[in-house]
Every structure is written in structure tokens, then in C-alpha cells.
Design a protein around this ligand. Sequence first.
Ligand SMILES: NC(=O)c1ccc[n+]([C@@H]2O[C@H](COP(=O)([O-])OP(=O)(O)OC[C@H]3O[C@@H](n4cnc5c(N)ncnc54)[C@H](OP(=O)(O)O)[C@@H]3O)[C@@H](O)[C@H]2O)c1
Length: 230
Amino acid sequence: MADRPYTVLSCGMSIDGYLNDGTPKRLLLSNDPDLDRVDGERARCDAVLVGAATVRNDNPRLVVRAAWRRQERILAGRPDSPVKVTVTGRGDLEPEADFFLAGDGEKLVYCSSAALAQTRARLAAVATVVDGGQPVQMRRMAEDLHARGVRRLMVEGGGTVLTQFLTADLVDELQLVVAPLFVGDSRARRFVGDGRFPWNRDRRTTLADVRRIGDVVLLRYALSARFQLD
Ligand SMILES: NC(=O)c1ccc[n+]([C@@H]2O[C@H](COP(=O)([O-])OP(=O)(O)OC[C@H]3O[C@@H](n4cnc5c(N)ncnc54)[C@H](OP(=O)(O)O)[C@@H]3O)[C@@H](O)[C@H]2O)c1
């Protein structure tokens, strides 16, 4: 089996396990100190990945925010922000999205084979569109990222992508932030969907760290033998 990057899965959820509240308005689950922590995590990575629905719904910039962290990366001979990665089946992504426009770094779109030609035509000016299979296989994508030099990958959501990374056993570390609120609407997107997870009633995962950050709590789980507590 080919190598894959050390993979950190990072997200925030409500007490009742939702990533958003199902409305078009982005739900803020984090707080300022935690957003700064996530910025630090991002700055450590070679690439950050979100699903196409997150690009469409949240329009995230996905760049390192703190100027001093960008500077530190440049001094270390790295681009000021990680490579941005997304995955799509339909290729329904706007080239004007902040995902593509924010930052000068490389943008990779892993697209299903069926939509490859039309997506390349649409996004050629703003991203490299890669054939990810039909549908895109997360392991194939992770291995391809490793072949492109990505050694540390941060997967930031949404639930569809998180579920596939977890069920495919491609995650070394889970950083899960629990926000002090309930969503209470099953039409909203849950942290993960249905699936066969490697950790279950017969095989519990390892809780490596718990940290209170203002009004949220960060839970860190070790999901592989490669996990390193720092
Ligand atoms: N709380 C948090 O930390 C957090 C973080 C991130 C996102 N979110 C929330 O999560 C919501 C989105 O979650 P989501 O689960 O609906 O979507 P998602 O995981 O962001 O993206 C799903 C989309 O990715 C593409 N995709 C996923 N797996 C694929 C595969 N194997 N092959 C081809 N394409 C694939 C498809 O795109 P196409 O439809 O283009 O084919 C699919 O519709 C957002 O609204 C956002 O608010 C929350």
C-alpha cells in the first residue's frame, strides 16, 4: 500500500453532534481562542481539505490567518499557507469562490472521472483538477497527495468527507471541538453519517487529551499508531 500523509481530522460540533443548523447562515461553533488554535494547526500542515458542499455553503478562505505564522512558514521555505484541496462528484464549484481566490497557493480539486472534462474546463484558470476515480476514492486521493509532497494533511469537513476518511481508516488524529449549544434539527448535517467505523463497541479509540478552551472543549483522539501528542 502506498504512503499517505499524517492526517488530522478537525471539526466543531454542537452538544447534539451537528456541524451546522441546516440554515444557509454559517453556524459559529468555535470561539476566538479556538479559532486561533485551529489557525496554528493549519499552519503546521502541508494541505487542508474540505468537501465541495463546504466550499459552496460556507465559502471558506482556508488560508493561515496570522501574519506571524505565514512569515514563519516562509522563513522555513514553505508557501505561506497550505495547499487547498477539495473533492467533488459533479464539479459544481464557482471559480469565484474564496477557496480559489484567497491566497496564492496551489488549489487541487479531486473530481470524479465522469465530470472531469467539464470541471477542468470550468476551473482550469484557478485550480489543478485531478481525476479521483468514480466516485473519488479517499485513499487514492490521500496517496496522491502524499506523492505530491503532502506529509501532514488537515481535513476540516464537512460530514460526508469526514465519514469517508474515518470509515476508510485514513485518520491518525481526531480533534473534535464540542460547542455549548444544541441544534435539535435532524435536517442539519451531523458530524458523521452512517458507516462501518474501525472504532466501535469492540474496539474503543484512545482519548489522548482533553482541553477546555473558553466555552468549548477540545477532545483529541489517537486513531492510529502514528499519533503523536504535542
Ligand atoms: N462544524 C465544522 O467544523 C464544519 C466544518 C466543515 C463544514 N461544516 C458544515 O458541513 C456542511 C457540509 O457538509 P456535507 O457533509 O454536506 O458536505 P461536504 O463533506 O463538505 O461535501 C460533500 C460533497 O463533497 C463531494 N464528495 C464527497 N465525497 C465524494 C466522493 N467520494 N466522490 C466525489 N465527490 C465527493 C460531493 O460534491 P458535489 O456535490 O460537488 O458532487 C459532495 O456533495 C457545510 O454546510 C458546513 O456548514 C462544518
